[in-house]
Design a protein around this ligand. Sequence first.
Ligand code: GAP
Length: 450
Amino acid sequence: MTITIDEMAAFCKRKGLIYPSSEIYGGLAGFFDYGPYGVELKKNIVSEWWRFMVNSRPDVVGMDGAIISPEAVWKASGHLSAGFADIMIPCSKCKSAVRADVFIEDKLKKPVETKELSEIDKIIKKNKLKCPVCGSDFSNSTLLNLMFPVKIGNANEGTTAFLRGETTQMIYLNYKLIQKDARMKIPFGIAQTGKAFRNEISPRNFLFRCREFEQMEMQFFIKPGTGKKWFDYWKEQRLSWYISLGVNKKNLRFREHRKNELAHYAKKAEDIEYNFPFGWKEIEGIHDRGDWDLSTHSKNSKQKLDYFDEETKERFVPNIIETSAGLDRAVLVFLYESYDDDKERGNIVLHLHPRLAPIKVAVLPLVKNKEPVVKKAKEIFNFLKEKMVCFYDESGSIGRRYARMDEIGTPYCITIDFDTLKDDTVTVRDRDSREQKRVKIKDLANHLVL
Ligand code: GAP
């Protein structure tokens, strides 16, 4: 049985994974803080992504760009135009607002095929749709740009810059430097992970639609005319990444964007969607951005951003295939895939892939206050903590301690008892099978498969 998104948010808060941000001051919609176990899970997802996309390939390198950049960058990229805006329908009475496409699709159970404001107003009137907050009529729809402006320097003379709406743009601005310094030849990729910000009209579904979130993006620079081959290649690569970390294939699918929903930069786009309890929803986009980005930055900055192919002696503006994944959405996917309310055990178990698990092994002395056993357990903890993220716990019954570890997905628990003092062995308990094995301390690191 799956749980609702509100139940998942409550579980994450209860277990120290994710909290609503600024809650003691009433909170702020669309912002979240990751707690001690959530931050480990998130860091593990990023590091698996980086390993798969960068460290295991000779043709992709990484970078880490600034979060704030000048207006000129976002003007050139098209993010300050209507192309990066959502259609908002304000209530005529209470002044709350809904995002047109999401609201209408929810109500009419079919996607919105138009981006014309007048057409949206007609749909609202024809179907007699009312404000979900107070039940009043809506005013006419308007556009809301998603970029967050920030003021740099003193309030009077300072300049306006923007928090990045996607991590991608710094990759384009640095591509020439990186290509030269890392001696990359086309086809090659540049990857980046980090925060992005969008002033979403109606942040909702917990981590799914936030105003501050993280992306894991890779831009693959290719020769014009080879787009289809690389688009298909990266689609399969990205799907296989989720499956390799334990996501059931039947909960993933591709969905091609209709012409009228393509982003302003995209020639073609396909989403990887996940079967959430609130429907099939996008978790990652694969985009053929053609030469849109490099051409527009070249034109606006008056810098040459083309590429000279030494072998064929051709000069061209590279085309780009992008893979753009949401980290917070990936966190949700891995939580949903692993969540199991195990009635037989009487507790929840997160069957996370061991490489994603926040804590890899818990060290649990079976007896409390018995100096030699506790001393031995601390010795084992100190030995293992050099190799993996460990947790030491001597409070409560052993059943309770196992349950606490199941609930945050710890793949192994080690118990230390009086026999340990005699024969240097410990009991290793497997999270999923609950099987217990006696293992020599010196063999522990090999026994714990991560
Ligand atoms: N650079 C391309 C780009 O940003 P996008 O489809 O707008 O493309 C890519 O976003 C991914 O970022 C999405 O598939 C989603 O996983 C994540 N994402 C976008 N907006 C989000 C939001 N408001 N909250 C959480 N994740 C979001």
